[in-house]
Design a protein around this ligand. Structure first.
Ligand code: PEP
Length: 253
């Protein structure tokens, strides 16, 4: 059976209360009124303060809400942090972990990502886990080993049961927010490589069923060709998910 493609919108630190709620109400209204057909799972990740209201707005619709982050600790004296338990208590079912911006600006490392993965899964929250190489890694032909190490230090410490809560997003860092896409060939080769690592570690069932998304300057003009690739199960989208028109074109592509 064909897997349903997943589109994840990562809004990052954009959209205030009004923008978040009106985007969600408008997209639901337009899709309903214009009877826009699509066959994708749609997940939108707004900022922490708007997760609760967002989840209420989309309740029972084709849209799911994800958190952009979670604390690696379960509870306690961690000023400013938000726990998996808190997310679960407002009905959030998925979270993005390992985004390269968390590494670049907040100095998070694979060891922290592993804790975040484990604590999320413990509370039945699905994890969209990001991996990606720098341009320098790619130029030095180290991209395969970099991705392999990122997986071995994180998700490959999960049991097969835990893996069923995971989805991988391959996001070459040089393609995020830069307008540069990886080519179809680069994307398919890396996705196939990632799937082969899952095969070696967990066998064919996990390898076939794990979702591997691509992220990096996807927009409405290139989404179709990217999602067309055999091992691409969907996309993680930053900039192009912020404007309603663009995002509608993407989900409708
Ligand atoms: C991202 O930040 O995960 C991302 C893919 O961003 P953009 O689509 O803007 O490159």
């Amino acid at each position: 059976m064909m897997k349903k493609k997943i589109i994840v919108a990562n809004w990052k630190m954009n959209h205030d209360f009004y923008e978040t709620t009106s985007f969600l109400r408008n997209i639901l209204k337009i899709v309903f009124e214009k009877k826009i057909e699509h066959n994708k799972k749609i997940i939108i990740a707004p900022s922490y303060p708007f997760l609760h209201i967002s989840n209420q707005i989309v309740q029972g619709t084709f849209i799911n809400i994800a958190s952009q982050n979670v604390c690696c600790m379960e509870h306690g004296a961690y000023t400013g942090e938000v726990s998996a338990i808190m997310l679960k208590s407002i009905g959030i079912r998925s979270v993005i972990v390992g985004h390269s911006e968390r590494k670049k600006y907040f100095f998070e490392k694979e060891s922290i990502f592993l804790k975040k993965i484990k604590v999320s899964i413990k509370h039945n929250i699905y994890v969209i886990f990001c991996v990606g190489e720098t341009l320098d890694d790619r130029k030095k032909n180290k991209h395969f080993s970099v991705i392999k190490n990122q997986l071995y230090e994180t998700v490959f410490n999960c049991t097969e049961k835990e893996i069923s809560y995971l989805c991988i997003a391959y996001e070459p860092i040089w393609a995020i927010g830069t307008g540069k896409n990886a080519t179809n060939e680069q994307i398919q080769i890396m996705h196939k490589f990632i799937r082969s690592l899952f095969f070696k570690k967990y066998g064919s069932y996990v390898a076939n069923n794990i979702y591997i998304l691509y992220g990096g300057s996807i927009n409405h003009t290139n989404v179709k060709r990217i999602l067309y690739e055999k091992d691409v199960d969907g996309g993680l989208i930053g900039n192009s998910s912020l404007k309603l028109d663009n995002f509608l074109k993407i989900i409708n592509s």
